[in-house]
Design a protein around this ligand. Structure first.
Ligand code: HEC
Length: 135
């Protein structure tokens, strides 16, 4: 089964809004529960999921490029941003699901936190690099 067909099958069983959003926008590239769906680095217990919430919000808002170390392995690919497709409420629901599912027990992400990041980075159009995120 192709990644998208698999994602669609699993999405049909999704119950909460954040989970549905995850399947629609993330699961084609990121692995879910051990299923190999794409070549993106893992989210499970990743320091980028459990770490500072503003970093996670920024990655998903504007995308990411360049070298990144995830659980001790280096990746160097590209991820698009979703800030223009998903509003603050949807991003908060989606990222709260991601934190709950992959980064237990990381706290949920509020709509206010997403709004703050969107405002702070409003002039931005380029993808983030790890160097910038760690500044
Ligand atoms: C088109 C494929 C693609 C999609 C869709 C995608 N990502 Fe990614 N993602 C990547 C790649 C590739 C990287 C690594 C980028 C790099 O090497 O600089 C990444 C990196 C990440 C990271 C940091 C590294 C890690 O694994 O912890 C997080 C967090 C993340 N993505 C979350 C998400 C979320 C949440 C979504 C859904 C809104 C999503 N991604 C959608 C491809 C994708």
């Amino acid at each position: 089964m192709g990644a998208l067909a698999l994602a669609a099958t699993v999405a049909a069983g999704a119950e909460e809004p954040g989970e549905k959003l995850f399947f629609s926008y993330c699961a084609a590239c990121h692995r879910y529960d051990g299923q190999e769906m794409g070549e993106a680095p893992p989210l499970e217990e990743a320091e980028w999921v459990t770490g500072p919430e503003s970093r996670l919000i920024r990655i998903v808002m504007h995308g990411l490029t360049g070298r990144i170390v995830v659980r001790g392995e280096t990746h160097d690919r590209e991820m698009p941003g979703f800030g223009e497709i998903l509003d603050d409420e949807k991003l908060a629901e989606l990222l709260s699901f991601v934190r709950r599912h992959f980064g237990e027990p990381s706290p949920a992400i509020s709509v206010e936190a997403v709004k703050k990041v969107r405002q702070a980075d409003s002039g931005r159009s380029r993808y983030w690099t790890v160097e910038e995120l760690e500044r």
